[in-house]
Design a protein around this ligand. Sequence first.
Ligand code: GLN
Length: 191
Amino acid sequence: MIGVLALQGNFDSHIKILKKINLKHKLVKTSDDLSSVDGLIIPGGESTTITNLLRRNQSLIDGINQLSKNKPILGSCAGLILMSKESNDSRVHNFGFLDVTTSRNAYGRQVHSFEAKINVKNNTMSYDINVLFIRAPKVDKINNGVEVLATFQEEVVAVRQGKHIGISCHPELLDETLIHEICFKGKNEIS
Ligand code: GLN
């Protein structure tokens, strides 16, 4: 069962993807909700708003930190910003699960949202998937221990460190399941 952080943002579309790949889900709003989950999704939304809601609940922050020690966490867009070690906005909580630096809104404003194909490389697999970029962050710096999982026009758009994955755009809004399968089902070959 995968937890989906449900404080703000597009958690519904992640639930749809989990259903599509036959994984059970649980909405996570408090630290109690983290018990018995096998992984967590931090959805897109507004990283400052999610931060404010998280900071009202230190035990939830502690619980997510604890979970990250042995369970996979997937963050998309705002989720990637929250998972990164550093970002260009001091109002954002950086969990630091991914040793990268991100900059918010680096692809422009809402009106600059666009659909694209990104290239995912995972072991022997190379696969193009459709995604939406919506006020997406950029990954400016990648430190030791972080792998590039996907690129778009030679820029890094998804990274992995250990079990954790962060992606700057939204595959889930276009019904793409691959990133979720890699994170939570260990998929690493094209089937
Ligand atoms: N721009 C948002 C932020 O900085 C992220 C946008 C998104 O999650 N689609 O938090």
